[in-house]
Design a protein around this ligand. Structure first.
Ligand SMILES: Cc1cc2nc3c(=O)[nH]c(=O)nc-3n(C[C@H](O)[C@H](O)[C@H](O)COP(=O)(O)O)c2cc1C
Length: 389
């Protein structure tokens, strides 16, 4: 198993926990909490982590596992690694030009990077800044459908062929930490926020200061008019249409010629409905425990979902993955691939694009290590082991 010791001057973290500590030191508290925390009582977030801890494998021995191969097939295409960088809003606030850095790092490691509708860099700039990256796009639907379709035209014009429609956000989640910290769009200036910025000068000068000097404060870049984060999105046409229905999915399927993935489904009946409606894959997800504080875990639901749809359908999963072993457990439970949200963001905060590459490499190494210790030369063998919990 290769060992990843920190290189001089490069990323110095050795796992998710260490990257998280470095991210917390670098980022203002308001931004760190926005990324890190769950919703309401954070029951769902704890349950995700507890669920991974409880799940254990019965290892096999005397098997050929000197070079475990975590390759997978997603929607008919082979991928050397079963990871996708998840869409995360405002990732460009973590580091200057952070979304381009993430897209480049994902490309270098050979995994797709999913751009969020709420990214602070527009799809055109990400595509230009990371040529050759496998870019996916995540859609939040605006009330003004014509503007939504125009956005999809821009996405398609960049050669993006995979679209994720997020459907697990039918309301605004209650997040006390964001309200207390004054974090939101628009950002609300306050004494507390000013102190937070003063206590994190590397970020305040290196990220915000640089944006201010070079391109203006970051914004939701896909929103027409490109509002800075300090301004409200007051135009009702660009309010998120949070209540979507099957008719909308059918219309989207008609309009989008590429691959279509429904993100944020948990019930086997909804997954079946997605495939019946012509989706190419789903993401079994609770949005990282950030939306519904009483939701079940993807790990619990995956076996029933896999059984309902059969072996040929592509199932992706995410939420709460901090280690290669967590990813292994989702893959063994029925997922073909795993989205990573916070992990690459912490890599980015800790050390820019090198940090994202390092984080993805560490997770891949941990996954291979888990496979070796379990006696699983490939992901199919991993799923065939006996699992407890
Ligand atoms: C800071 C942050 C912003 C996010 N923004 C979006 C978004 O814009 N669209 C979306 O579909 N999911 C969004 N998500 C959810 C992720 O795509 C993903 O489902 C989740 O982060 C996975 O859990 P993990 O962070 O524990 O890996 C966001 C997650 C985080 C942490």
């Amino acid at each position: 198993m290769p060992k990843r010791w920190p290189e001089l001057g490069g990323p110095s973290f050795l796992d998710f926990d260490e990257a998280r500590v470095q991210a917390r030191a670098f980022l203002p508290r308001a931004l760190f909490d926005y990324i890190d925390r769950g919703t309401e009582g954070e029951v769902a977030l704890r349950a995700l982590h507890d669920g991974f801890s409880r799940r254990r494998v019965v290892p096999r021995v005397l098997r050929p596992v000197s070079a475990p191969d975590p390759a997978t097939t997603l929607m008919g295409r082979r991928h050397d690694l079963p990871f996708v960088v998840a869409p995360t809003a405002l990732a460009g606030m973590v580091r200057y030009d952070g979304e381009v850095a993430m897209a480049r790092a994902a490309r270098d490691i050979g995994v797709p990077f999913c751009v969020s509708t709420q990214s602070s860099t527009a799809i055109e700039a990400i595509a230009a800044g990371a040529p050759g990256a496998d870019l996916w796009f995540q859609l939040y639907v605006w009330r003004d459908r014509e503007q939504t379709w125009k956005l999809l035209d821009r996405v398609a014009a960049q050669g993006v062929s995979v679209l994720l429609l997020t459907v697990d956000t039918p309301a605004s989640p209650k997040k006390v930490h964001n309200i207390r910290n004054g974090f939101g769009v628009p950002l609300r200036p306050s004494g507390r926020l000013a102190l937070d910025l003063a206590l994190h000068p590397r970020w305040t000068i290196g990220v915000m200061g640089r944006y201010r000097a070079q391109s203006g404060l970051p914004s939701y870049a896909h929103y027409p008019g490109g509002k800075a984060v300090t301004q409200a999105i007051s135009d009702p046409r660009f309010a998120l249409d949070m209540v979507l229905d099957a008719a909308f999915l059918a219309e989207l399927r008609r309009r989008w010629p590429g691959r279509l993935i429904l993100k944020g489904v948990m019930d086997p009946r909804d997954v079946q409905m997605a495939f019946d409606a012509g989706c190419d894959a789903v993401v079994v997800s609770t949005h990282g425990g950030r939306n519904h504080d009483g939701a079940a875990n993807p790990l619990e639901m995956l076996p029933a979902i896999r059984q309902a749809v059969g072996p040929g359908r592509t199932l992706l999963a995410d939420s709460g993955v901090r280690r290669g072993s967590d990813a292994a457990k989702l893959l063994a439970a029925g997922a073909d691939g795993v989205l990573l949200g916070r992990a690459p963001l912490y890599g980015l905060a800790a050390a820019g694009d090198a940090g994202v590459r390092h984080m993805l490499t560490l997770l891949a190494d941990e996954l291979r290590g888990f496979m070796a210790f379990s006696g699983a030369p490939d992901l199919r063998a991993l799923a065939g082991l006996d699992w407890l919990g």
